[in-house]
Ligand binder design. Structure first.
Ligand code: MN
Length: 499
């Protein structure tokens, strides 16, 4: 994903009252601050300095410019001095981009020996930031507040998390999701209101019949298929346990054809995420397994059984980890290991787990699918690498969307699973599996989710703030009794909020 052209705008609030000399110092200081952010840190996108804002007209003009800018994915605002907040009302009323209130101060330390009233007037972020905070809260502004010195790495980390959330927000605003076939029959959680999704989350979901993909399948040249099969053979060690050589070769051939045509289909409609369903495969040799895995690896979002919400979420979380993605995948909660003192959970799917979470090189395998009644399907098989990760799910309750996030630790797979022919991850959720599963189920979290080693809970919290949707985080601090209260309180808050 290309983030080179994207920008975060940095604005500095002040007023004319201070006079030229002070305003020049304010300008110099905010330029130095922005220079430091850009040069000393590896932020996901560049920070662009904008001239100091001194009246309501300048503020509104700036906000309209940000709204109209394709490059601007968010605005960071700093009150270096006091900026009377009535000046901000018109601008904040039109602002449509994510906002971060940077409550910092130019000097880290008070110059005890030289401090006088001139110094106090020039360096009054503590004062100006509160005036701005009042109007932002008064107007119900969705924003993140980050307080602390701008050279502090913890402070920069919070800013970086917000920028990564803004990358997800930006992607969500322009994303198109292709839904091949409808929902898996009878399944509830993968459904949802696509109009509400477009209003609240930004992205469009377009439905297609499988025949639309088959048009592309028919047009694939044999030479392209042969080239892709050659690449498969270079990339993967090949094992063939449960089918004949002929069945293996047929499946690999059909898989290459499906991958090429799916890519062309997605590119032709500028889709960044897609869904399939094993109940609608007429004309395809088998369920797209390897194709979905490889497309996810290349940055596409994917959701199985028509799950467009998870498809969009996987793409959004991949966008949030642009340039640093060490693993982000569609996943499904599958089986528990309830051994006393060693409780953990096994996640996988019928086939479609992203290769970005693999520990080492996946193997290419062909096996019959036990459900779906189609040909033996090619898939890459691997074990997920160890490390901390998050599991995120997005559900819809008719009146609103809720994101449920669980911090998890992906653990080593001590036992071989020689008969399990799919990619899998084994994890222990925070604070522990019984509490996490209880919390997830009380919150209505789905069996489909996005598992990511790159995105963190603070980023998802920032993303939900930007989108104005509910988030429930399950982590080390989760206590079921408190979580129940949170869910009940949220019920009231979000219903009132919609009125
Ligand atoms: Mn599923």
């Amino acid at each position: 994903m290309n983030t080179e052209d994207l920008e975060v705008w940095f604005i500095t609030g002040s007023q004319e009252l201070y006079g030229k000399e002070v305003l020049k110092r304010v300008e110099d200081n905010s330029k130095k601050l922005v220079g430091h952010l850009n040069s000393e840190n590896e932020l996901a996108v560049k920070i662009v300095w904008k001239p100091v804002l001194k009246d309501a007209h300048q503020i509104k003009t700036l906000m309209n410019g940000a709204n109209g800018s394709e490059e601007c994915i968010g605005i960071v605002g700093w009150m270096h001095t006091f900026s009377p907040a009535k000046m901000w009302i018109a601008g904040l009323n039109v602002m449509k981009k994510p906002f971060l209130h940077f409550h910092t101060q130019f000097d880290q330390k008070i110059p005890w020996n030289s401090i006088d009233m001139d110094y106090m007037n020039t360096n009054q972020s503590a004062h100006g930031g509160r005036e701005f905070g009042f109007i932002a809260t008064r107007m119900g502004l969705k924003r993140k507040v980050v307080a602390g010195h701008w050279k502090d790495t913890k402070v920069i980390g919070k800013l970086e998390n917000w920028i990564r959330a803004a990358l997800g927000w930006n992607e969500s605003q322009k994303m198109k999701v292709a839904r091949l076939g409808d929902n898996m029959r009878f399944v509830a959680v993968t459904e949802g209101n696509k109009v509400d999704a477009q209003i609240d989350l930004g992205y469009e979901v377009h439905g297609y019949a499988l025949g639309d993909l088959l048009e592309h399948v028919k047009e694939v040249d044999e030479s392209d298929i042969e080239n892709l099969i050659r690449r498969y053979r270079e990339e993967y060690p090949i094992t063939r346990k449960t089918v004949t050589d002929e069945e293996f070769n047929v499946s690999i051939h059909e898989s290459a054809k499906i991958e090429i045509s799916l890519r062309r289909f997605l590119e032709s409609g500028d889709f960044k995420a897609f869904t399939t369903t094993f109940e609608n495969l007429h004309g395809l040799h088998h369920l797209p397994g390897l194709a979905a895995q490889r497309l996810m690896r290349d940055g596409y979002g994917f959701g199985a059984e028509g799950d467009w919400k998870t498809a969009a979420l996987v793409r959004t979380m991949k966008a949030m980890s642009s340039g640093i993605d060490v693993g982000t995948s569609f996943i499904e909660d599958y089986v528990y290991h309830f051994e006393s003192g060693n409780i953990k959970e096994l996640g996988a799917h019928m086939l479609e787990v992203c290769e970005s979470i693999a520990d080492g090189i996946p193997s290419l395998e062909v096996h019959p699918l036990s459900i779906g009644n189609k040909g033996a399907a090619a898939r890459s098989v691997f074990t997920a690498k160890r490390g901390p990760a998050v599991q995120a799910s997005l559900v819809e309750f008719g009146d609103r969307f809720r994101m449920i996030v669980n911090k998890v630790e992906i653990v080593k797979q001590e036992e071989e699973m020689p008969k399990l022919p799919v990619a899998r991850a084994l994890w222990t959720p925070k604070p522990d599996l019984p509490t996490a599963a209880t919390a997830w189920i009380l919150a209505g979290g789905a069996h489909h989710s996005c598992l990511s080693y790159s995105v963190n809970t603070e980023q998802l919290e920032d993303l939900c703030e930007m989108l104005g949707i509910e988030i429930v985080i399950i982590d080390e601090d989760t206590i079921i009794r408190e979580l129940k209260k949170e869910l009940r309180n949220n019920e009231i808050y979000y219903r009132l909020h919609k009125l």
